[in-house]
Ligand binder design. Structure first.
Ligand code: ADP
Ligand code: ADP
Length: 233
């Protein structure tokens, strides 16, 4: 089991005496190679769950273990490595740096990690080729379409070869044709063995996933795996 979550609870302090319970006890396991959609109404706790899995927020109770290591047992150095090496994040709004080129946007974490230019450029070029942007290396984000910007963001998320890709509404800002192309790319990433967890409001994105997990009011209320019921091809 790649990712194991047990009795996960999260409260936000909303005033001196009040807290809001956003996650009320999540129990779920995810494996390598799964393409999972997390669905549910706005405010149900989807982003909160993603932020906890990504160790962006360490203020929770319960267990989140990746490769049998509980995040809670990690020291700050190990947490940094976990965020850097195990997890890739993709957002609805791409979050690219406007004055950086495509190549620079993808290599940013390698620059910060002190990896030399030759190696980081080689790595980034290989990934940019995989996402179909090998001819756009020196463009700036404002010279790209939305779909191309999301491809850059996906390449950036994959640069350290993470085991888990977390995508919060990855197709939310894209038209339906571009969404399908990005979804196909995301599917290929799961097919290569990564666990991909997406938050989506799109029926078609959810329908194309292996597994759909519905959250309501801080709890998992439905968990449908489609891979198991599909006949062998
Ligand atoms: P979703 O992603 O499903 O829309 P969120 O995880 O963003 O839901 O939020 C779940 C609930 O927690 C919502 O009611 C939201 O208002 C609340 N919430 C999220 N972040 C905070 C915060 N930083 N402080 C207080 N309440 C929050
Ligand atoms: P989403 O579009 O993913 O549902 P939201 O718009 O609910 O996201 O939340 C965006 C950001 O605002 C998140 O980082 C969340 O933690 C924060 N947030 C959400 N609700 C609240 C709240 N009631 N108080 C403070 N911060 C909140």
């Amino acid at each position: 089991m790649l990712l194991k979550i047990r009795n996960l609870k999260k409260s936000y302090k909303i005033s001196k005496d009040n807290e809001f319970i956003a996650l009320k006890g999540i129990d779920v396991d995810f494996s390598s190679g799964e393409l999972v959609s997390i669905i549910g109404e706005s405010g149900s706790g989807k982003s909160t769950l993603m932020n906890l899995i990504g160790a962006l927020d360490l203020d929770y109770t319960g267990e989140i273990s990746v490769d049998d290591v509980d995040i809670k047992t990690m020291n700050s150095h190990q947490i940094d490595n976990y965020r850097k090496d195990k997890i890739g994040f993709v957002f609805q709004s791409f979050n690219l740096i406007p004055h950086y080129t495509v190549l620079e946007n993808v290599t940013i974490s390698c620059i910060l990690a002190g990896i030399d230019k030759k190696e980081r450029d080689e790595r980034a070029k290989a990934i940019l080729k995989k996402v179909g942007l090998e001819n756009h290396l020196s463009k700036k984000p404002n010279q790209l379409s939305g779909g191309q910007m999301q491809r850059v963001a996906i390449a950036r998320a994959l640069i350290n070869d993470p085991e888990i890709l977390l995508a919060d509404e990855p197709t939310g800002a894209l038209d339906s044709e571009t969404s399908e192309q990005i979804l196909a790319l995301i599917k290929s990433i799961a097919d290569e063995g990564k666990l991909v967890i997406m938050v989506t409001h799109s029926q078609s994105v959810a329908a194309a996933s292996d597994r759909v997990v519905r959250i309501a009011d801080g709890l998992i209320v439905e968990d449908i795996s489609k891979k198991e019921v599909q006949p062998e091809q």
